[in-house]
Design a protein. Structure first.
Lengths: 261, 274
């Protein structure tokens, strides 16, 4: 198989409709999960599920993108593309977690922020910017995991964190390969070449120190994958909680500060 | 080298033609008219040095980090050549110019993006320069006044350019936590990853009349949703109506308004009140 096919195969795998999404991980990783709704401003975005539960007996806040299984559910969840209300709900729950000194886990898997007239009217750009800004100094550990397609700014809005993790076959990119190919080469069928050029696989991101950990997927059952993810997050939270708040925030700042310096 | 010298030396044309009404106007006359078409009143897009020249006290601008050059962090096909072409065509080293200056006597950190360099897109150099400027302003207790114009994140730098959104937003947060003022002036066009990071994070957000400001591209929205876009969609006035812009200001009054805001926040031409 050629290099070109390899990166694009990951893109297709990350988007595959049978691939587990946020809700599935919450169900299998978190005990006594209580879902909390709404941004207290305008509405409740079903593309983002948020709430509190136990991770290995430790209370955590978990926020996950979810596109839904059935067609009805997908429509309700807007195919997993969050609106500004979704990002504002996420930030509200993170602030609540900060207040009660609870760590935050973010699960990322979406083709991107919802693009529509209403999303622009309600400040999609401002909502994403606000999350990046506030998450950088949120006084509690944040662990972000890309479980599917990490699509651009809409993914990054849950991606400012202390430890960034990717499942082996997930992707994380500044633009979709189709979008890139159609802008650059006026030909969206060149998406496989664009996928290769964009360096969007988990291995690419680990090599460039954008993420800290890959959870292996190949030749493993879903249970094995989730079990490793759960244990990794638990240990990582313990490690981060040993730091003073100042040290935690300094490390978080530096983690992003050094990218592209 | 002063900005006037730079404007003369750079490949500024003898005249410019308005894209709206087609009138050709002498460049020197346009500069004196704030790059507004004297015939139809259209706001022409300004280069970074033109903008700084218009906004700061004469001779007060000290550029920093001019020599930061783009690398090709993910080995993207054709990117190195594209950078070279952009440098030649624009006479600029990158898509943003940063420095310190005085605005009506108030010392400030200033950045101005330039759409003539790869549509003002944000790659690692733009992200790094903005971050360094905010860090310097935080250290020196300076306000930041920034002029945005950008097509968004620079896709030729892949994930590295996406991460500049987080990096710059973090630097803005630290500046804000130090109690310092940040004024953004959104100019035509400000879109994508720049809108979704430092452009929308000002304490005070000013926009130029009719400037295109948004996150998703209008054509993409139309294609994805099949909806017809309303008149004036994603223009400065639309953003103000929806509560995302504080002030829409005439370009000819911009310097006065910014200076007034700086003074209202305690920044003074005489001494630091902070």
């Amino acid at each position: 198989m050629s290099e070109t096919n390899r990166a694009y195969d990951k893109v297709l795998a990350a988007r595959n409709s049978s691939r587990p999404m946020g809700g599935y991980f919450i169900e299998r990783m978190i005990d006594n999960f209580v879902e909390l709704h709404g941004d207290r401003r305008f509405g409740d975005d079903a593309a983002i599920i948020g709430g509190i539960g136990y991770l290995n007996q430790r209370p955590v806040t978990i926020i996950a993108m979810e596109r839904g299984g059935t067609i009805e559910e997908r429509i309700k969840r807007n195919f997993g593309c969050p609106t500004p209300e979704g990002y504002r709900k996420a930030l509200r729950l993170m602030k609540e977690a900060e207040k009660f000194r609870r760590p935050v886990i973010c699960l990322i898997g979406s083709s991107g922020a919802y693009c529509g007239i209403d999303a622009e009217e309600r400040g999609q750009g401002e909502a994403i910017a606000e999350n990046l800004y506030e998450m950088m100094t949120l006084k509690t550990p944040i662990i972000s995991v890309v479980v599917g397609e990490g699509g651009s700014g809409g993914a990054l809005a849950l991606g400012v964190c202390d430890t960034a993790v990717m499942l082996e076959n997930s992707i994380y990119s500044v633009i979709s390969p189709e979008g890139c190919a159609s802008i650059l080469w006026k030909d969206s069928t060149k998406a496989p070449e664009a996928a290769e050029a964009l360096k969007l696989t988990s291995r690419d991101l680990l090599e460039r120190h954008v993420i800290e950990k890959i959870i292996k997927e190949n030749n493993r059952t879903t249970d094995e994958i989730i079990s490793e993810l759960k244990n990794f997050i638990t240990l990582e939270i313990k490690r981060k909680e040993r730091l003073s708040t100042d040290a935690l925030l300094e490390e978080r700042y530096k983690k992003f500060r050094k990218i592209g310096a | 080298m002063g900005i006037f010298d730079f404007l003369k030396k750079s490949n500024a044309p003898a005249s410019k033609t308005c894209k709206t009404c087609g009138t050709e106007t002498d460049y020197a006359r346009l500069i004196n008219n704030y790059m507004i078409c004297p015939q139809c009143g259209k706001y022409m897009r300004m280069g970074a040095y033109e903008r700084i020249n218009m906004m700061v006290d004469e001779g007060s601008f000290n550029e920093i980090d001019r020599s930061l050059k783009s690398v090709d962090p993910i080995g993207f096909p054709g990117y190195s050549e594209k950078i070279e072409n952009a440098k030649r065509a624009s006479g600029l080293p990158e898509g943003v110019v940063c420095g310190t200056a005085k605005i009506s006597g108030c010392k400030t950190a200033v950045f101005a993006m330039d759409s003539h360099f790869m549509m003002g897109s944000m790659g690692s150099v733009v992200g790094e320069k903005i971050t360094r400027l905010f860090e310097k302003a935080t250290k020196d207790g300076l306000p930041v006044v920034g002029f945005t114009t950008s097509g968004g994140a620079r896709m030729q730098e892949g994930i590295i350019s996406l991460m500049q959104m987080a990096k710059t937003s973090g630097a803005v947060k630290r500046h804000s936590d130090a109690g310092l003022l940040y004024i953004t002036v959104l100019t035509d066009p400000t879109t994508g990853g720049v809108t979704a990071s430092f452009a929308m994070l000002g304490d005070i957000i000013i926009a130029e009349p009719k400037a295109l400001i948004g996150f998703a591209g209008a054509r993409v929205i139309e294609q994805t949703t099949g909806q017809k876009l309303p008149e004036g969609f994603q223009r400065a006035e639309f953003l103000m109506e929806h509560g995302f812009v504080d002030i829409i200001e005439d370009r000819r009054r911009l310097k006065y308004t910014v200076a007034n805001l700086l003074k209202l926040h305690g920044y003074s031409s005489v001494r630091k009140l902070r």
